[in-house]
Design a protein around this ligand. Structure first.
Ligand SMILES: [Zn+2]
Length: 216
């Protein structure tokens, strides 16, 4: 990003941005990165950061949308020599962010469990950022859908954790286990982060939409 040095006749040399005359500082770097990385997606990220979930999962979802997580594809792109790059969940295709969370047949089973749970069917977008933005329910208003999007973070987070359990702890692929943890996490996050959550885990399992409507 730093393009060139400016040679002055007197005084110290300065780092400057290619398209600006401003001096390089940590703050300017931050602002520049924020514009470059987040740019037009700022509304989406503002939404993401305003959802009340565990901070680590929120940070992970942010990195996943930016494709900055350590998938096999990203690791090989960074020059790491991997014995194989196939998806650890299905073993059929290369593991990249889109495949792992959206197009993998195991991930699909997880999304379908969720759809069945709330009684909907949906066509999913195959880009993670669009998928996140479109993850909403007709039955909910915008405030309620913001709470609902916490489930999306839980889904991404738990698919990734399950993947890591297989890679690092010889776990077995089990989409039902992923789904169980997804709605358990989502409920626990609401319980401790969102004010006025009084429903039980059992209610959440049985009547997810009514539960969310009872909060606001
Ligand atoms: Zn797969």
């Amino acid at each position: 990003m730093l393009n060139q040095t400016q040679i002055l006749r007197e005084g110290e040399d300065l780092w400057v941005w290619k398209d600006e005359k401003h001096k390089f500082t940590v703050k300017s770097t931050y602002l520049k990165l924020k514009t470059l990385i987040i740019g037009e997606n700022s509304n989406m990220f503002n939404m993401l950061w305003s959802i009340k979930v565990a901070p680590l999962s929120q940070y992970f979802a942010w990195r996943a949308i930016l494709n900055k997580i350590a998938t096999k594809e990203n690791l090989s792109r960074r020059g790491l020599q991997l014995a194989e790059t196939s998806c650890v969940l299905c073993g059929l295709e290369e593991e990249n962010t889109t495949h792992l969370f959206l197009t993998c047949r195991i991930a699909n089973m997880v999304w379908n469990f969720c759809n069945k749970w709330v009684g909907i069917s949906s066509v999913q977008h195959n880009q993670l950022n669009m998928h996140f933005q479109q993850f909403s329910l007709m039955a909910l208003n915008s405030k309620e859908n913001k709470i609902w999007k916490g489930l999306w973070i839980s889904i991404i987070w738990n698919i990734w954790n399950h993947r890591n359990k297989i890679v690092f702890k010889q776990g077995k692929v089990d989409p039902e286990e992923i789904f169980t943890l997804i709605h358990l996490n989502a409920w626990a996050w609401m319980k401790y982060k969102v004010p006025h959550v009084h429903f039980s885990y059992n209610d959440w399992n049985l009547y997810p939409i009514e539960c969310i409507k009872s909060i606001t």
